[in-house]
Design a protein around this ligand. Structure first.
Ligand code: GCV
Length: 689
């Protein structure tokens, strides 16, 4: 209660809306008094915990606060027990996490009472798709914070170290405890001694903040850099090469986390190149890492050019191997079966694999959701995914529970998020994209956390006006006129994006030019291209209707789900309409639940999406008095862009599909403003950005 009072009292002061560039993320708060810290032990991590407490304390001035490391069976891993005057944990890291939680509660006006906070997953890992030359695959926030121009070698500067420290601090504040430092499309030089020296330097900065380093490497490294003739996982020389390499890694980095492997996927090498399977490959590496406590995160993102339905392939390749993986192998599975689309049902492997550890892979970077140009709060999507019921062990077997160890005992539990971090001053390109980094950490810590609570916390931490001389703002004004409308905007933003880009289960209908996955391109089909890389493979629009038939009469993907989902998805009448065209090819005049025909529904939904973003613009313009000038205008400008993008999506898709539906766009909605020819001819990427 006292924290609530402190939060409210603060906001009755006068404030100074000085320009902010977003670099301080959600860590802007300063202490409002002193605190007397009692802590019997000392270490680098505890020193950080104490500093954080001193710098961010907003409790009673001069209060005594105790940090205690004491074993308690109710506290799991790096969890902690929080009370008004003490944090107790089993580990030093638990103390640091407890401090961060305490400060967050003080700063956001949440209550602090005796409570144990345990993490849902042991490993909460960011996957950086950073290349050794400094570029970032699907990165929209500048160059890599870890790697620079390869020609300049692997030098590390003081500036690098400072930035890595800030990065580590931000991660620790939300419980992230692992970073895969490079792209899953790995560089062959990753495991060379020179490169490993740099990894060591990074690991040293991240370590006190509790962040383990991991790497992505080429499965064929023994051949590429080891001079061997093969990388066959069953070959004794190959096995020895990996054992030696792993020993070398641990000599440099004793707490190294392990590897993330993309094998036999999109041209990456893997065990199948030698007639072996995923288990042969993953287990060989797992055996080499086992003595050091390292893990192998083996990705299930596999699909082939000749596959009838790409969405089925991961299940088909991995289900026969269930039970064959070592206990330090974790299969990393993307939330959706195709590829991080704005909306997909959950990948059927969740709830299907029963004797194999599975970890969700989420994408924080907005590859398919407007890059860092569009305001899309992803927590609502992840909440929908984690709460999806797989029915693995009957009702209530949500994805969250099938992966966090609640249903089956697992040696390790883990979750990954593809990072949206780069050298941009504000780290993530769009000020609101920071919220997705924040949300990933919070949900990885507590997979039951609601997106509403996360948005509330993040907005308070990131946008509460700072105390100062110039502006008078009182709490109820700020809550009513800033917090509530902007939170609402965030919570609606993902659905709006689905509406204006790929509603009713449509997916992967992007412009193909430059492979940017940004604008619409349902027409994209240059001669000679792989059929599964064309949007028509996914939307299948023709004179009869639209959608991908994944019923038992079609690709059969529905059969990969447990009952009752299987039957529910099979029948268009019971299939949730949000997934309708994911599972069904339906006639243009198919009757929707609201009585409209499918074509009309599609038109109204695209139009709704455009209108929603226009409304976001109005909402944002109205909050100007509550936001510093720099962040206000940067977000305003991005929202203008998003409105233009939404219009292009609506016009491009409706005018293209209209050629097949041969029906009018209902007359009570706004007419398209672009010509289809123009949209098809333009390089949409260049036009949109
Ligand atoms: C890192 C999609 C993306 C690729 C990405 C791949 C993956 O295909 O477009 O950029 O590669 O997924 O997740 O491996």
């Amino acid at each position: 209660m006292r924290n609530l009072l402190v939060f409210f009292t603060l906001l009755l002061f006068t404030f100074n809306l000085q320009a902010e560039d977003g670099h301080n993320l959600w860590l802007r708060a300063k202490s409002t008094g002193s605190v007397d810290i009692v802590c019997a032990r000392s270490s680098a991590t505890l020193t950080i915990a104490k500093q954080e407490l001193e710098q961010g304390w907003q409790g009673q001035n001069g209060a005594k606060f105790t940090l205690t490391i004491k074993k308690d069976k109710a506290i799991k891993g790096d969890g902690f027990k929080l009370s008004e005057n003490e944090i107790q944990a089993n580990t030093e890291l638990g103390i640091l996490y407890g401090v961060c939680e305490l400060l967050r509660r003080q700063q956001t006006g949440q209550t602090i009472q005796n409570e144990i906070c345990n993490p849902s997953y042991d490993r909460r890992v960011l996957n950086h798709w950073d290349n050794l030359d400094g570029t970032v695959e699907r990165g929209y926030a500048g160059l890599s914070i870890f790697w620079h121009d390869l020609e300049k070698g692997y030098a590390v500067t003081d500036n690098d170290r400072m930035l890595w420290k800030e990065y580590a601090r931000a991660n620790a504040s939300i419980g992230i405890n692992g970073s895969v430092l490079n792209n899953v499309n790995s560089h062959k030089l990753m495991l060379t001694p020179e490169c490993l020296q740099k990894v060591k330097a990074i690991a040293e900065v991240l370590r006190p903040y509790g962040i383990k380093t991991y790497l992505s490497v080429k499965f064929s490294s023994p051949t590429l850099i080891g001079g061997l003739k093969t990388s066959d996982p069953l070959n004794p020389e190959v096995i020895k090469w990996w054992k030696d390499k792993v020993k070398e890694i641990y000599t440099l980095i004793p707490d190294f986390g392990g590897l993330l492997i993309k094998a036999n996927s999109e041209g990456e090498p893997g065990p199948q190149d030698y007639g072996r399977n995923h288990a042969d490959g993953a287990n060989m590496l797992a055996d080499a890492f086992k003595p050091y406590g390292g893990i192998i995160m083996w990705r299930a993102f596999v699909y082939a050019a000749n596959s009838k339905d790409r969405a089925c392939q991961a299940y088909n390749e991995f289900m026969p191997l269930d039970g064959q993986f070592r206990d330090n192998v974790i299969i990393q599975v993307k939330n959706g079966p195709v590829d991080f689309q704005p909306r997909e049902p959950f990948t059927s492997l969740f709830g299907a694999l029963k004797k194999t550890t599975v970890m969700p892979e989420l994408q924080i970077t907005q590859e398919y959701l407007g890059h860092s140009e569009q305001l899309v709060f992803l927590a609502t999507m992840w909440e929908e995914f984690l709460k999806s019921d797989t029915y693995q062990e009957g009702i209530g077997s949500t994805v969250a529970r099938t992966t966090d160890g609640s249903i089956f005992p697992q040696k390790y539990t883990a979750i990954a998020g593809v990072a949206n971090i780069g050298l941009d001053t504000n780290w993530s390109g769009h000020h609101f994209a920071q919220a997705n980094w924040y949300a990933f950490g919070r949900m990885a810590w507590k997979n039951q956390m609601t997106s509403e609570k996360i948005a509330d916390e993040w907005l308070k931490l990131t946008f509460s006006p700072k105390e100062g001389k110039n502006v008078n703002i009182n709490i109820s004004d700020w809550q009513k006129n800033f917090l509530m409308p902007v939170k609402q905007l965030m919570l609606e933003s993902r659905e709006a994006t689905v509406n204006y880009s790929m509603p009713l289960g449509l997916h992967h209908i992007f412009a193909g030019l430059n492979n940017t996955h940004y604008g619409p391109g349902p027409w994209f089909a240059p001669k000679g291209i792989r059929i599964d890389w064309t949007p028509a493979y996914y939307h299948k629009a023709d004179s009869l209707g639209i959608g991908f038939d994944r019923t038992t009469k079609g690709s059969g993907a529905v059969s990969q789900y447990h009952e009752p989902l299987n039957s529910q998805f099979e029948n268009p009448a019971t299939c949730p309409e949000i997934y309708l065209l994911w599972f069904h090819h339906l006639p243009w005049d198919y009757k929707m639940k609201d009585g409209r025909i499918l074509w009309d529904e599609l038109c109204y939904t695209y139009d709704k999406g455009v209108n929603e973003v226009r409304q976001f613009q109005k909402t944002w313009d109205k909050v100007q008095p509550y936001v510093d000038a720099q962040r206000f205008s940067e977000v305003q400008s991005k929202l203008r862009q998003q409105c233009r993008d939404a219009q292009v999506w609506k016009d491009g898709c409706l005018l293209y599909f209209q050629q097949f539906s041969k029906r009018p766009i209902p007359f009570d909605i706004e007419r398209p403003v672009y010509d289809l020819d123009y949209l098809m001819k333009m390089d949409l990427t260049d036009m949109l950005k």
